[in-house]
Design a protein around this ligand. Structure first.
Ligand code: ASP
Length: 411
């Protein structure tokens, strides 16, 4: 059986097992979760997280060096960032429109005593200024993605400029990348078990009360995620890359399932890159540049949750948002999505920043806290799908500049 089929089956079994344990055997769940599901899930997560920093470093250095001249880098960089900003804006607009139409926050919600301690969200200007690491080693030790990306782009650029002088270093990095990709393949063999455990654990521990109370809110977030995936990504893959969207979603589904089970774009990165390169035929140099960047700054799924949540909270507290306020929400949510780290649950923390920007009560977050775990799984899958769609489109665009891959291979 193909690995991708195994992962999908594991995903379905994980959902079923989680639901049965949750509804019929909560006591058995507690024991099982503690001794089996959590340990197996954590083992899998740690295995893939182990590969993230070296993979980002090697692949961005190679990606930048592989793009060759700075002009090409500029072209790809501009297209990538343009696509990210445009799709994130579309995502929030879809989310807010649906929330305004279906009004999930109109009704009885217990806001008395709702408490949410907003941890200080990092200022976006600080994130942007902090892109250049003062110490690349500590950036790697801390897993600071944007800083690692910046450093790797510099190194890749220098390698291109120095050419034959640094041939040795280039092949060393190529070999390092080979080693990491080999390890990704190895770890992936464990993915069905890891994904099963992570999903069963997440669904098993979900409070059903919260889901009932927040059903409409959840449905709208899910609807917006679905519309955005099918229309925005499917449409742009079809129109801009001239590829069949079904081929795209099918090919990328193993990575989506892993993102769904880990709720972390960063942790899924090694697998999303491998899947895009092998199943969607994206050049290594493009994938190595677009996807790590996307996993860090492009979060359409997160923006969708924030768009729905903002309108929901405004409705619950009976606060009217003017058109100006809504535009502010769109702008801050785009910034928040750039500033959100690709790890579980951060989208909710960044929501505080969006709410603050238009003076909505941050305590409102307490209402959606209970159902965010499940939505985090779904939105993370959408987050990395946006990066892959961008990679496919940028890759296609390169065909006319550097020839198709077949032409490249025979050159
Ligand atoms: N978990 C999301 C991700 O890693 C971020 C978030 O929305 O919390 O992409």
């Amino acid at each position: 059986m193909k690995l991708s089929t195994k992962i999908l089956i594991a995903l379905a079994l994980g959902v079923v097992a989680g639901l049965i344990l949750n509804l019929a055997m909560p006591d058995a769940f507690t024991t099982l979760d503690k001794y089996v599901l959590k340990p197996v899930g954590t083992l899998f997560l740690n295995l893939i997280k182990m590969l993230v920093v070296p993979i980002v470093f090697f692949s961005i250095v190679l990606g930048t060096a592989g793009l060759g001249d700075p002009k090409k880098l500029g072209r790809i960089g501009a297209k990538t960032i343009g696509f990210f900003l445009a799709t994130t804006t579309i995502a929030i607009v879809i989310a807010m429109s649906l929330a305004l139409i279906f009004k999930p926050g109109v009704g009885d919600f217990e806001t008395e005593g709702a408490k949410f301690e907003a941890t200080e969200a990092p200022a976006v200007t600080d994130t942007l200024l902090g892109i250049i690491p003062t110490n690349p080693v500590s950036a790697m030790a801390d897993g600071n993605m944007l800083q690692i990306i910046a450093f790797s782009v510099f190194v890749g650029f220098a390698l291109t400029m120095l050419g034959s002088k640094t041939k040795g270093m280039l092949s060393l990095i190529e070999q390092g990348n080979e080693i990491m990709m080999y390890l990704v393949n190895l770890v992936m063999k464990f993915a069905p078990y890891g994904a099963f455990a992570l999903i069963a654990s997440a669904i098993g521990s979900q409070g059903t009360e919260a889901i009932k109370a927040m059903g409409l809110y959840m449905s709208i977030v899910i609807l917006a995620l679905a519309i955005h995936s099918v229309v925005t990504y499917g449409g742009s893959v079809a129109l801009l890359a001239k590829k069949n969207p079904i081929w795209f979603f099918k090919g990328f589904s193993p990575a989506m399932s892993v993102a769904f089970s880990t709720s972390s774009s960063n942790a899924t990165l090694p697998i999303s890159m491998k899947t895009a390169q092998e199943n969607l035929g994206v050049r290594k140099s493009v994938s190595g540049f677009v996807q790590p960047l996307g996993a860090t700054i492009n979060m359409d799924g997160t923006a969708i949750m924030q768009g729905v949540a903002t309108i929901f909270i405004a409705q619950v507290y009976d606060i009217n948002l003017s058109i100006g306020a809504m535009i502010t929400v769109i702008l801050t949510a785009v910034l928040a999505s750039i500033g959100t780290a690709g790890v579980p649950g951060v989208g909710l923390i960044m929501l505080a920043m969006v709410l603050n920007s238009v003076g909505l009560p941050v305590e409102g977050i307490a209402l959606i806290l209970g159902v965010d775990r499940i939505l985090d799984m779904l939105r993370t899958a959408v987050n990395i799908t946006g990066d892959a769609a961008c990679a496919v489109i940028v890759d296609k665009g390169e065909d006319k500049h550097i020839g198709t891959r077949e032409q490249e291979a025979s050159a």
